[in-house]
Write a protein that binds this ligand. Structure first.
Ligand code: SAM
Ligand code: DTB
Ligand code: SF4
Length: 351
């Protein structure tokens, strides 16, 4: 059976095995996922990442879910690449609020080489604040990946989005192989890989199985696996998509946790539509990372205050930044920021 030795990382998952996990009674699946989670992580800690859109809208790609595609009228104000000062301000605020990673996203098919120096400067400045850095900029060539890695970028996010079979129903302007090539360039450059997908786009369960198989059967598991619930944005072709059964979403998280035991599984976009119970269930199923910011790239996300309250109510706490602190002073400042925030919430709850 697939999980005889959950400590051993596998990249030879068969469709039958993964189907069988999805078919398990909910409680049995939960039990397995929790067991795997506890063997590999502190189950009461959550990694917090803050997202910032550094270049918004007017994207030439046709991803049917995306409010930033120039092909759909979503009423989005497009913006040029942000000035570095704005990025630094946002990163400082992220750090002060207790986030450990700062993710910068751009609505590009791929970056132009002329943009790389500005991106390198952003990476260096954000890293200098003692935050982990992540970017998602579209497809990367081998050389671009290496340059970002050399500048100190810790993670690169590039999602497979769905199964190979369903992919063509969602995106036609780049291929699945293009995405795998970018993931390979990222891996070869020495950066950590953040790769996941979206559920609730009208795919079948077999597509969710296919997506997780693609991710878990990569030569090395992505260190970070964002599972996004589709955010239905007016003007996109998927705006009227039927809701996915919430239990099926939780199942997807649990199966991801079992297949990729040592990866961070991120309860990613879509939390605005989830109540606290649903999010708690996702954490119980093995999700151990969230986007902690009032806005994702262009759509709303739960407020930082309510996230801190939820973590407190569940007896959970934010994971500390994995990179070395520049100084004890900086570490003390982070502790203080978290404590201040906790006190604010206690006050908020009491009043
Ligand atoms: N343009 C780059 C790219 O596509 O690789 C980077 C930014 S793009 C917005 C990053 C990811 O956000 C997409 O691959 C997709 O998985 C996710 N995403 C975009 N719109 C979404 C939506 N409406 N709901 C859920 N996830 C979404
Ligand atoms: C990921 O998997 N989800 C994030 C991040 N990677 C870049 C993006 C979610 C975007 C949701 C729609 C929006 O806010 O525009
Ligand atoms: Fe462009 Fe990325 Fe949106 Fe696709 S997901 S339209 S590539 S911003």
């Amino acid at each position: 059976m697939a999980t005889e030795n959950p400590q051993k990382l596998r990249n030879d998952w068969t469709r039958e095995e993964v189907n069988a996990l999805f078919q398990l009674p909910f409680n049995d699946l939960f039990y397995q996922a929790q067991s795997v989670h506890r063997e590999n992580f502190n189950p009461n800690q959550i990694q917090l990442s803050t997202l910032l859109s550094i270049k918004t809208g007017a994207c030439p790609e046709d991803c049917k879910y995306c409010p930033q595609s120039a092909r759909y009228d979503t009423g989005l104000e497009k913006e040029k690449l942000l000035q570095i000062q704005k990025v630094i301000e946002a990163a400082k605020a992220a750090k002060a609020s207790g986030s450990s990673r700062f993710c910068m996203g751009a609505a590009w098919r791929s970056p132009h080489d002329r943009d790389i120096p500005a991106l390198e400067a952003m990476i260096k400045e954000v890293k200098g604040l003692g935050l982990e850095t992540c970017m998602t900029l579209g497809m990367l060539s081998e050389n671009q990946a290496q340059r970002l890695s050399d500048a100190g970028l810790d993670y690169y996010n590039h999602n497979l989005d769905t199964s190979k079979e369903f992919y063509g129903d969602i995106i036609t302007t780049r291929t699945y192989q293009d995405r795998l090539d970018t993931l390979n360039h990222v891996r070869q450059s020495g950066m950590k890989v953040c790769a996941g997908g979206i559920v609730g786009m009208g795919e079948q369960q077999s597509d969710r199985v296919g997506l997780l198989m693609e991710l878990a059967n990569l030569p090395t598991h992505p260190e970070s696996v964002p599972i996004n619930m589709l955010v239905k944005v007016a003007g996109t072709p998927l705006e009227d998509q039927q809701d996915l059964d919430p239990f099926e979403f939780i199942r997807t998280i649990a199966v991801a946790r079992i297949m990729m035991p040592k990866s961070y599984v991120r309860l990613s976009a879509g939390r605005e539509e989830m109540n606290d119970q649903m999010q708690a269930m996702a954490f119980m199923a093995g999700a151990n990372s969230i986007f902690y910011c009032d806005k994702l790239l262009t759509t709303p996300n739960p407020h930082a205050n309510s996230d801190m309250q939820l973590l407190q109510r569940l007896g959970m706490s934010p994971e500390q930044c994995a990179i070395e602190q520049d100084s004890e002073e900086q570490e003390a400042a982070l502790h203080q920021a978290i404590e201040d925030q906790k006190n604010d919430h206690l006050f908020y709850r009491a009043s």
